[in-house]
Write a protein that binds this ligand. Structure first.
Ligand SMILES: Cc1cc2nc3c(=O)[nH]c(=O)nc-3n(C[C@H](O)[C@H](O)[C@H](O)COP(=O)(O)O)c2cc1C
Length: 408
């Protein structure tokens, strides 16, 4: 395993902690590289009050010296949960004195027994023998996606050294879609202008201001009715060389690895690669991406091009040099102001589910988290192919592979 990470920390605990092992030595790495993506995760129309309380910042605690990774050391990062100040008793790692009124009041106020449908609450409380469902909520919360974004930002920085870029944009919010196909909108602009337009949009769409207004009005209506809304995100990688992943074993196939990584993001319910489930609706002659010799590429880059990219840049579990394109279904978040029917685990009676301050729509933010998971998966596959110890070694190996690819 060349690249791996672990995260720890709870939604209202003191800190989030991340260890990322396998980043090659001598890679430039600055706090700002990470903070920018943390800010992107906290944006998006439809987010809750917490995004205003927390301005997440990454602090390196290991593996980085003078702005670069060194000696193969794991990179460790912490993020301080500012909100923890209001949870000092409820989330204190040390035992607390419940005979003090202030302590017992906070514990009672934070105690949860009314499980929320759509969350980890019920299954988690049963599985881990929890009386206070907060034992489950705190770790299952999407606060953890902050840690994924840290990992993704470092992987994104690594991939940029090799001309690989990862990006996402939103395709629909509930019943409001884009005015044209995602492909048409993407191709109507050069790549940088497309990215700039998406970044400037509170909904991370590349479309007209009318579409954005319609989506915002829709979110406002949903918010007023006490409901939540999901959507679809397209996340893709460009500049990926031919040959990441492998056909030779099930667990080395890049499509499988990407699907697992994207599906692991909170609230994701579907992952499609390329035209996805629509492959079953067309004949093979339409679905396969036919190959031709692109004469203008000879002696410059991999010389074969495709007439389409229906298979999303992956064939036989390997990248084929085309952009890797995934479409991801994001469910409406499960904490509803209107509250859903559920049960109280303490009394075992019917009850409305617990409500805790919550977002209404997280689709744009989910896009940033999905970018992180795609960046991690591509970076790991890249490191497996090109060596993993130092940037110098990987750059040498990559250059030599590129030269070889010119001859095929
Ligand atoms: C960026 C992001 C923010 C989220 N914020 C909330 C939230 O405020 N309230 C909520 O109920 N769910 C939120 N979710 C979704 C839940 O974390 C998720 O639905 C829950 O953990 C159950 O996991 P599952 O939907 O993957 O089964 C968020 C998800 C993401 C990706």
């Amino acid at each position: 395993m060349t690249l791996r990470f672990l995260t720890a920390g709870e939604s209202h605990g003191p800190e989030l902690n991340i260890i990322l092992e396998g980043i090659p030595s001598n890679m430039s790495l600055l706090k700002e590289d990470i903070d920018l993506d943390l800010k992107r995760r906290q944006g998006g129309y439809g987010r809750g009050a917490r995004m205003k309380i927390e301005k997440d910042q990454a602090f390196f605690t290991g593996g980085v010296r003078h702005g670069r990774s060194f000696g193969g050391a794991p990179v460790s990062i912490k993020i301080i949960n500012k909100d923890h100040e209001k949870w000092l008793y409820a989330m204190n790692p040390a035992p607390v004195d419940e005979s003090i009124a202030e302590v017992s009041e906070q514990l009672a106020a934070r105690f949860i027994s009314k499980v929320r449908p759509g969350h980890a609450d019920l299954a988690g409380a049963v599985k881990y023998h929890a009386t206070d469902v907060r034992d489950i909520l705190e770790r299952s919360s999407a606060r953890e996606t902050t840690s994924r974004v840290v990992v993704g930002a470092i992987c994104r920085k690594f991939l940029a050294n090799f001309g690989i870029d990862i990006f996402s944009h939103v395709l629909n919010i509930g019943e409001i879609g884009l005015s044209e196909s995602a492909e048409a909108l993407r191709e109507s602009l050069d790549y940088q202008s497309f990215k700039d337009k998406v970044e400037a949009s509170e909904l991370r769409i590349c479309d007209t201001s009318e579409t954005e207004t319609r989506m915002k009005e829709y979110i406002n209506r949903i918010r007023k009715s006490g409901d939540t809304v999901g959507g679809t995100v397209e996340v893709f990688a460009v500049g990926v060389p031919v040959g990441l992943g492998s056909h030779v074993q099930w667990d080395r196939r890049l499509d499988g690895l990407i699907a697992q990584a994207l599906m692991s993001v909170h609230t994701v319910k579907s992952v499609e690669i390329g035209m996805g489930k629509a492959v079953g609706e067309h004949p093979g002659s339409v679905v396969q991406d036919q190959i031709f010799l692109a004469k203008e590429k000879i002696d410059k880059e991999f010389r074969y091009s495709r007439k389409s990219n229906n298979l999303g840049g992956i064939e036989g579990g390997m990248s084929n040099g085309e952009p890797i394109v995934c479409k991801v279904g994001v469910k409406p978040i499960p904490t509803l102001v209107s509250t859903l029917d559920s049960i109280d685990l303490e009394t075992q009676n019917d009850s409305k589910s617990h409500f805790e301050r919550s977002d209404v729509c997280v689709v744009p933010a989910a896009g940033v988290v999905l970018e992180a998971m795609l960046a991690f998966t591509i970076a790991r596959a890249f490191l497996e192919k090109f060596g993993a110890d130092s940037m110098e070694e990987i750059q040498r190996n990559y250059r030599s592979y590129q030269e070889y690819c010119l001859t095929r």
